[in-house]
Design a protein around this ligand. Structure first.
Ligand code: MN
Length: 281
């Protein structure tokens, strides 16, 4: 099987996206695909908080075509900010937000960029509408969010979650949209919560039992916020929940340099994990 790289939340940070693709040898200095038959997965959240979501999307769409020509593959999953972008494009000026005012205004206050909304074309909308919620890649379960209730409330298999998302994203049911955006704010489902009696590794194991795979890979929750270090220091993923979960959210919009993470082989994965006895997971 070809190598697979995964990249976390971009959030409109076009320049950093270009840099990390170059550093990972995935594109050449002219921004053309140079990684042959490599598989590359983006885990969603292309928009908001940075100024250039649409440019990021356009680069990815172009690379996707180039990669396909040489037997490579670029795929992407849906993030909450991508769903939010679609909902703003669709209902932004007709719908009021939960806290009052137009939806477009509350989105703008929360990091949405008007330039992205103005530049968003039908081709971008159609591309986002087709993004799946989850994917299984060589026994790794890829999702955008470290969320359990969100995904399980939309289906009990990868196919059914993706089917439900696809239906919803092309539909006009405002209540369904609102529910999706609300539930998509869930995070940290695979962490222990002593007060609630929740064991994160058990939640992860149950998640994997339902959808398949041996390890969850997600973005959505910046690693720097979890380990309380400056985003600038974050250059590798965070493996936790007894090794069952990998967080790859590099916190680009918080100042992180970002990284493209090559999924290790299982041998590499086990070796790395067993080197850290006593390390709190
Ligand atoms: Mn997110």
């Amino acid at each position: 099987m070809s190598e697979t790289y995964v990249i976390g939340d971009i959030h409109g940070q076009y320049d950093k996206l270009v840099h990390l693709l170059k550093r990972g040898n995935l594109i050449d200095p002219h921004l053309n695909w140079r990684a042959g038959t490599t598989n590359l997965y983006f885990l969603g959240d292309f928009f908001d908080r940075g100024s250039d979501g649409v440019s990021s999307l356009e680069l990815i769409m172009r690379l996707q075509r180039q990669a396909a020509e040489v037997g490579g593959k670029i795929s992407a999953l849906l993030g909450n900010h991508d769903a939010l972008m679609l909902s703003v494009a669709r209902f932004g000026y007709s719908k009021t937000s939960r806290i009052g005012g137009l939806l477009v205004e509350s989105w703008h206050r929360n990091g949405g960029r008007m330039t992205d909304l103005q530049r968003l074309k039908d081709t971008h909308i159609e591309w986002i509408q087709k993004l799946p919620g989850m994917a299984l890649v060589g026994d790794r379960l890829l999702v955008h969010a470290d969320a359990f209730l969100l995904y399980t409330s939309y289906g009990r298999s990868i196919e059914s979650v993706n089917r439900t998302f696809a239906r919803l994203l092309t539909g006009n049911d405002e209540d369904e949209w609102e529910r999706l955006l609300t539930e998509f704010s869930e995070r940290m489902a695979f962490f222990d919560d002593v007060d609630m009696g929740i064991n994160g590794a058990q939640v992860a194991a149950e998640f994997l039992r339902i959808y398949g795979g041996l390890q969850v890979v997600h973005g959505h929750t910046p690693i720097c916020k979890i380990i309380r270090q400056p985003a600038e220091m974050i250059t590798k993923p965070l493996v936790y929940a007894n090794g069952l979960v990998i967080n790859i959210d590099h916190g680009l919009y918080l100042g992180g340099p970002g990284f493209a993470y090559k999924l290790p082989t299982w041998i590499e994965s086990i070796a790395a994990f067993s080197k850290k006895p006593g390390k709190r997971q």
